[in-house]
Design a protein around this ligand. Structure first.
Ligand SMILES: *[C@@H]1O[C@H](CO)[C@@H](O)[C@H](O)[C@H]1NC(C)=O
Ligand SMILES: *[C@@H]1O[C@H](CO)[C@@H](O)[C@H](O)[C@H]1NC(C)=O
Ligand SMILES: *[C@@H]1O[C@H](CO)[C@@H](O)[C@H](O)[C@H]1NC(C)=O
Length: 437
């Protein structure tokens, strides 16, 4: 977890004497922080007051540390630490007179970033008195399938009832990233092209299993039922005014109809990771989010083509739930449909389309998928061996297209992020990997 020198210094100096109203002090400081969380016209003006108030809240929490349960204290500290890392990156970058906001820093994105954080801080301040629920506490160890490095690729297994179906994928290499020709052909925005340069060879040498599908609503519901875990609530969605944060959306009600076999969406990366921790606890296996290299290799399913079914869109409606005519008729988004017909206006039940060469469904569309990696805009110097990328702030990298995406964003090479670690949208869901033994 990122920790600035300023924070370390602050923690080292502050006394441990708690006033009787220390928790009220925390609540007040969190309210003051929430009040600063609105878009102020540019990055600097938005994030600089947030940074100040988040520091004050951090100090107040530290003073109240003996009155807050250790699990809650840890959660509050980690949450403020994430927000401070994001503020610090943005305040530093945008203080440079030559700073030009990038493709991921439009006013629309920034407005949503702070709206989302405001809800996160409000929810936190409402729950200060309660311990933070540990999703692994008191959970029975139910056991797991024995799946080893020697298990045949293609082997399908599940560690238990209503847990994800997994498939062992092979080891090997693929070419990740895109060429300028691919960008020309699919009309990729100029200011996003560098995210996919240069092409890199990735080698995955440790066998592992991927969930065959995105995690379903039924699977996530089982996690909630057994742990009492509470999600934050609120997600970005498209409405007539654009892409906005809607505080009313939840994983159970993401803004469109869904059934238990649909991919769960409108959750944050932290909630996805809590689900993986619970699975790990009850099975004794290691479940986690994939990292980008693993995802790239798995998504291609043995190909190096633009889409896992080839280089053209002709077959897309057999393999992917995208922004097709059936979706355009209902949603009227501000970009054109791909003129195909897949029959699903929003998300579709998982595995409604054909799988890729490794037996994985919906890698290209339906829901986008959270990566374990922090966002790095340029990967040229990053490891290409399946390691997790660490960035200056915990912005979640997301891969794969979505039910409302047009062709340029269905390419396997497409990679992007949202510059808030609290991001949830009704396009983002969960793909898991499980380590073998
Ligand atoms: C894809 O690229 C990798 C890395 O160069 C190579 O090992 C593999 O054979 C290629 N696959 C196909 C189907 O061309
Ligand atoms: C959220 O729900 C409240 C209460 O029903 C409603 O007033 C508000 O307009 C809703 N917000 C959005 C963005 O739909
Ligand atoms: C999708 O709509 C376009 C008109 O916008 C039409 O030309 C095309 O034939 C339609 N495709 C299908 C498969 O219905």
């Amino acid at each position: 977890m990122f920790k600035s020198f300023a924070l370390r210094a602050l923690l080292a100096c502050s006394g441990a004497v708690a006033a009787s109203s220390a928790v009220d002090g925390v609540r007040e400081s969190l309210h003051a922080l929430a009040d600063t969380l609105s878009f102020q016209g540019n990055i600097y003006k938005t994030y600089s007051p947030v940074q100040d108030k988040a520091m004050e809240a951090f100090r107040a929490v530290d003073e109240a540390s003996s009155e807050i349960s250790p699990s809650r204290l840890e959660n509050v500290m980690q949450t403020l630490d994430r927000l401070l890392a994001e503020c610090q990156l943005y305040v530093t970058e945008s203080s440079d007179p030559n700073y030009v906001p990038g493709a991921l820093e439009t006013d629309e994105y920034l407005t949503n970033n702070v709206a989302e954080w405001k809800v996160a801080i409000e929810v936190m301040s409402e729950n200060l008195e309660e311990p933070y629920g540990d999703v692994t506490a008191g959970q029975p160890l139910l056991g797991r399938e024995k799946v080893t490095y020697d298990t045949e690729p293609g082997t399908i297994f599940s560690d238990g009832y209503n847990l994800p179906d997994m498939v062992v994928i092979p080891t090997g290499s693929c070419i990740a990233g895109a060429t300028p020709e691919e960008h020309e052909e699919w009309n990729v925005d100029e200011n996003r092209r560098a995210f996919e340069y240069p092409q890199r060879k990735i080698r995955i040498s440790t066998p592992l299993a991927f969930s065959r599908t995105e995690v379903t609503v039924a699977q996530f519901a089982s996690f909630i039922k057994h742990t009492g875990y509470r999600t934050r609530g609120g997600a970005r969605w498209w409405d007539a005014s654009g892409f906005v944060f809607n505080p009313n959306l939840t994983w159970e009600s993401p803004g469109f109809p869904q059934s238990p076999d649909y991919p769960v969406v409108a959750i944050t990366r932290y909630e996805a990771q809590a689900y993986a921790r619970w699975l790990s606890a009850i099975t004794g296996a290691v479940y986690r989010l994939p990292n980008e290299d693993e995802w790239d290799f798995a998504a291609r399913g043995g190909t190096n083509t633009t889409f896992f079914w080839g280089d053209t869109l002709d077959l897309a409606s057999e393999y992917a739930n995208t922004y097709d005519n059936s979706s355009a008729e209902v949603n009227h988004f501000r970009w054109p449909s791909n003129k195909l017909w897949d029959g699903f206006p929003h998300t579709a039940p998982v595995a409604s389309f054909k799988p890729n060469g490794y037996g994985l469904y919906d890698m290209t569309a339906n829901a986008r998928e959270f990566m374990a990696d922090d966002w790095l805009p340029f990967l040229s110097s990053a490891d290409s061996d399946g390691s997790i990328h660490k960035g200056p702030a915990p912005f979640p990298t997301v891969r794969g297209g979505a039910w409302n995406y047009n062709p340029k964003n269905l390419r396997i090479s497409y990679r992007s992020a949202y510059t808030s670690s609290e991001v949830a949208t009704n396009m983002f869901g969960i793909r898991l990997v499980r380590d073998l033994e």
